[in-house]
Design a protein around this ligand. Structure first.
Ligand code: HEM
Length: 446
């Protein structure tokens, strides 16, 4: 038996594609408000999408019935950059890679990267001047890239970091454009963007493979960075490690998955602080009391409670991963509806995190709400900024630590003001949820 599903009316051929593209966030929120827990819509004549807004159904997709699904179509485009790393691989291959990589992201392990995060934040501010107008979003992209580069390769590539950064930028832009483009031009056609992409990939591959080779030839030396961990990882069952190609794919995966997401989160934090002076004041009080002017460290994080609440609440209102999509592989029943192979299920953090069933004053920025039993009271998948189940974000602890340390280090020294007092910043839902047109802000030394 199938429950009846409804959804927004679409056009005869393109279905709801145009309306979705025009304003994805508005489209899915309105659809959810109007059509309940399972919303059906269509992209083109035959692509059926179901938006799920019951947290228990979301849990079934991501956890208990996850074997019936694979990653959505959008992510397949990312393969051009990240190859077959853990973000894009499926089934047994994913499981093996995940097992190999998990230890590198263990909480104790990543705690050793705290100093890099704080030092890079201090470096970023070294050319900041009070009164200056800056695009804080591009600063956040710069600092998170510098952090992931140093935690990945150690200090060995300081000179090459800019080059790597540029090449990754080109790769990410290419994926974002291709993902949202109507026409699929194969890579073999020498368009300007294809040529640029291929050149930068070649450069990146050369750099990464030469770093891998240098490491493989330096046996005996212990390297505590992520690359060292990836090269040392061995499978419990067969004792095998990763091939060079696999290491390359995982390095790229971590760059892609772990750079822009955190940068966006930081931008949204500074936007929300600038528009909520009472929250900013409480943050400043906490930083003064806990840190007394010294730079933050990982050991300070448990005491920086309000700082952490701000990160949590920002990930609620502006979840960098705004939707998780899955494609049905084997027919599966969820909540009284049978989904067929080829159909897409969409689970949106942006929709769920602003749902008044689970959050009072859902549109308001109130970090204190997480200083309660809210997460226990609500169903598990009413808040899932890092996804869930076997594909939950492997970098979640890394990201939370990085966001709290960057926030503490920067807010200790600067107050960031909006360039225009009443300026609103629109979220732009590309691969990640970023501030549309950047985030121009004025620096004020504290
Ligand atoms: C605020 C920052 C971040 C957010 C919101 C975020 C969110 C997510 C989400 C929602 C997923 C699951 C996607 C899905 O199931 O389809 C994911 C996967 C992943 N994330 Fe993150 N992420 C963040 C930061 C990071 C960082 C810093 C790293 C690495 C250093 C990272 C590495 C990964 C990887 C490798 C995966 C794929 C895991 C797998 O499929 O097994 N992420 N992330």
């Amino acid at each position: 038996m199938n429950i009846t599903t409804t959804g927004p009316k679409g056009l005869p051929i393109s279905g709801n594609l145009m309306a979705f593209r025009r304003s994805p966030l508005q489209f899915i929120r309105e659809a959810a408000e109007e059509h309940g827990e399972v919303v059906h819509f269509r992209f083109g004549p035959s692509r059926h999408i179901y938006l799920l807004t019951n947290p228990d159904h979301i849990k079934e997709v991501l956890v208990s019935k996850q074997a019936h699904f694979r990653k959505g179509k959008g992510l397949q485009v990312a393969r051009a950059v990240v190859g077959d790393g853990i973000l894009t691989s499926e089934g047994k291959k994913h499981l093996r890679q995940r097992r190999l990589m998990q230890p590198a992201f263990h909480r104790d392990r990543i705690a050793t990267y705290g100093d890099v995060m704080v030092r890079q934040a201090v470096d970023l501010m070294s050319d900041w001047k009070t009164g200056e107008l800056r695009d804080i979003h591009s600063d956040m992209m710069k600092v998170t890239l510098a952090i992931i580069t140093e935690t990945m390769f150690g200090k060995t590539v300081k000179e090459g970091a800019d080059q790597i950064g540029h090449a990754i930028d080109v790769g990410l832009k290419y994926v974002a454009n291709k993902g949202s483009s109507f026409i699929d031009i194969p890579l073999s056609v020498p368009t300007k963007s294809n040529r640029e992409f291929l050149e930068s990939s070649e450069l990146l591959d050369k750099t990464i493979y030469s770093l891998i080779e240098a490491r493989r030839n330096s046996e005996g030396e212990e390297h505590k960075d992520l690359l060292g961990m990836l090269l040392a990882a061995r499978d419990e069952d067969d004792g095998e490690g990763m091939t060079d190609e696999q290491v390359r794919d995982e390095v790229m995966t971590i760059f892609v998955a772990g750079h822009e997401t955190t940068a966006n989160t930081m931008s949204w934090i500074f936007y929300l602080l600038a528009t909520h002076p009472e929250v900013e004041k409480k943050l400043h009080d906490e930083l003064s009391t806990v840190l007394c002017d010294k730079l933050p460290t990982v050991e300070d994080l448990p005491q920086l409670k309000y700082t952490n609440l701000i990160v949590q609440e920002t990930l609620r209102l502006y979840p960098a991963a705004w939707t998780i999509n899955r494609e049905v592989v084997d027919e599966v029943e969820i909540g009284g509806h049978t989904y067929k192979p080829g159909e897409t299920l969409m689970m949106s953090q942006y929709v769920m995190h602003r749902d008044p069933r689970y959050y009072e004053q859902a549109e308001e920025f109130i970090p204190e709400r997480f200083d309660s039993d809210l997460l226990k009271r609500n169903p598990a998948y009413a808040y899932f900024p890092f996804g869930g189940g076997p594909r939950v974000c492997i970098g979640n602890n890394f990201a939370l630590m990085e966001a709290a340390l960057l926030l503490a280090t920067i807010a200790q020294r600067y107050r960031l003001r909006l360039a225009e007092p009443n300026q609103t910043v629109e979220p732009e839902p590309l691969v990640t949820l970023r501030p549309k047109n950047g985030l121009p802000m004025r620096l004020e030394k504290r």
